[in-house]
Ligand binder design. Structure first.
Ligand code: FCB
Length: 447
């Protein structure tokens, strides 16, 4: 039987735009996701986060659910446009009050809050007025927003995550345009990545100052272990460069103090403009890295050469989720051990891991999701193996507490361990939710 450490932190995760709804209530400003969803063709079925899981009104019920599951920690994000409707300037007290109540409800339930400051819902005003993350001013605005939030919550929140997956906001938001703000400008995208990381670095000391010596501050990255399709030099190089763009471009500046040189060479004059001192700001020491991992990628070099021909191969006979993501638990082990080898990071949390499947409510009123039960079990086994191998992994957050708005896929993808019946907003704990509860209850951690 696999055993997790006694104090392993078992959690669940969500994000503001994906669950809150109440998008126009209590003074909340518009976010780039509201605008992106309002543009036809961007999101499946024209869905948006206008209502989502109505968590803004039902947060007490949702905290009670977490309590029922026995989770020890909850990772949620703060909607910047609730706090500063225009991104900067005037503070909206009702926005701060909401998170204040949520934090108190969590603490009353014995659940430790992990607060993400930026999970992609930038105030639209910053996009309109200064070009969003394309502008250095947005990095400063982010630091100011982090200050306002942590002054209010820092006496009760000890765990801070600055950014969620800057890779995705950078490249999906500004290169492929599949996510807000929906731009397709590669040069801008690389610049955006730098401003996101700069915002991160500026916010870290502020978060520490406002929440005392106990505080843990980190960043969450989307990390994908890359495997070359063959041993050929071409495929090896393709895998190395994909790893460079997806993983090292964000890991290296944060944990080593510089962008990876192979990528800089490849980028040439597409590389972001930086200023003296930026590297030091970005490399401010952190307490932990938040790891989001769902799948692996097998990489090959196609006819287009480097970089255009770098492509991902779909392995035959493998299992895929509803997202088309390969189920590959071993990848999590490989990833964690590699991180531990290549970077000196004091602590890790898996801040997201999970799977989307086509769940339905059965006649017995339950949601039977055996594939998700299996997925969580198998990935947790690999996490456990990484701990046994010496990786200081301190906790795991299942993505997600409940089904929610899955970005460009709208409500078509269900990641929850709790099912949401959207027309009635009824919550139904899935088999995977009960399984997770039992795993937690058996712990120190019998799987
Ligand atoms: C991650 C996001 C999260 C969720 C999962 C499925 O990239 O951080 O919000 O959408 O994927």
């Amino acid at each position: 039987m696999a055993q997790f450490p006694e104090n392993f932190l078992w959690g669940v995760a969500t994000a503001s735009y994906q669950i809150e709804g109440a998008a126009t209530e209590d003074g909340r400003g518009e976010s780039i996701w509201d605008r992106f969803c309002a543009t036809p063709g961007n999101v499946l079925n024209g869905d948006s986060g206008l209502v989502a899981c109505d968590h803004y009104h039902r947060y007490r019920e949702d905290v009670a659910l977490m309590r029922e599951l026995g989770v020890k920690a909850y990772r949620f994000s703060i909607a910047w446009p609730r706090i500063l409707p225009d991104g900067r300037g005037q503070v909206n007290p009702a926005g701060l009050d909401f998170y204040d109540r949520l934090v108190d409800a969590l603490l009353d339930a014995g659940i430790e809050p992990f607060v993400t400051l930026y999970h992609w819902d930038l105030p639209q005003a910053l996009q309109d007025e200064i070009g969003g993350w394309g502008s250095r001013e947005t990095s400063n605005a982010f630091a100011n927003y982090a200050d306002i939030v942590s002054r209010r919550l820092g006496n009760r929140v000890q765990n801070w995550i600055t950014l969620n997956e800057p890779y995705v906001s950078t490249f999906m938001g500004h290169e492929t345009g599949r996510m807000a703000p929906g731009l397709k400008d590669p040069r801008l995208a690389w610049q955006v990545s730098h401003h996101l990381l700069l915002g991160h670095g500026l916010a870290v000391p502020i978060l520490r100052a406002n929440s005392g010596p106990q505080a843990r501050v980190g960043i969450t990255l989307s990390l994908t272990p890359m495997y070359a399709a063959t041993a050929s030099a071409e495929d090896q190089l393709a895998a190395q460069l994909r790893d460079g763009k997806v993983n090292r471009w964000f890991l290296d500046p944060v944990f080593k103090g510089s962008y990876p040189s192979d990528l800089l060479t490849l980028l040439g004059d597409m590389a972001p403009k930086t200023e003296a001192g930026d590297a030091g700001i970005i490399a401010v020491p952190l307490d932990f890295l938040g790891v989001n991992n769902y799948y692996r990628a097998i990489i090959s070099q196609g006819p287009g050469g480097i970089p255009d021909g770098i492509m991902q191969i779909r392995p035959e006979g493998a299992e895929f989720t509803e997202m088309g993501w390969e189920v590959y638990p071993r990848g999590l082990y490989d990833l964690l051990t590699r991180l531990h080898q290549d970077y000196s990071i004091p602590q890790y949390f898996i801040t997201e891991n999970g799977a989307a499947f086509n769940d339905t409510v059965s006649e017995d009123g339950h949601v039977h999701d055996p594939r998700r039960v299996q997925y969580l079990h198998d990935y947790l086994l690999q996490a456990q193996a990484a701990i046994a191998g010496g990786v200081p992994l301190a906790g795991y957050f299942a993505w997600s507490l409940m089904d929610n708005f899955e970005w460009a896929f709208g409500y078509t993808k269900r990641f929850g361990i709790v099912y949401i019946d959207y027309p009635t907003q009824r919550r139904i704990i899935k088999d995977s939710g009960y399984g997770y509860r039992d795993t937690i209850a058996a712990n120190g951690g019998n799987l």
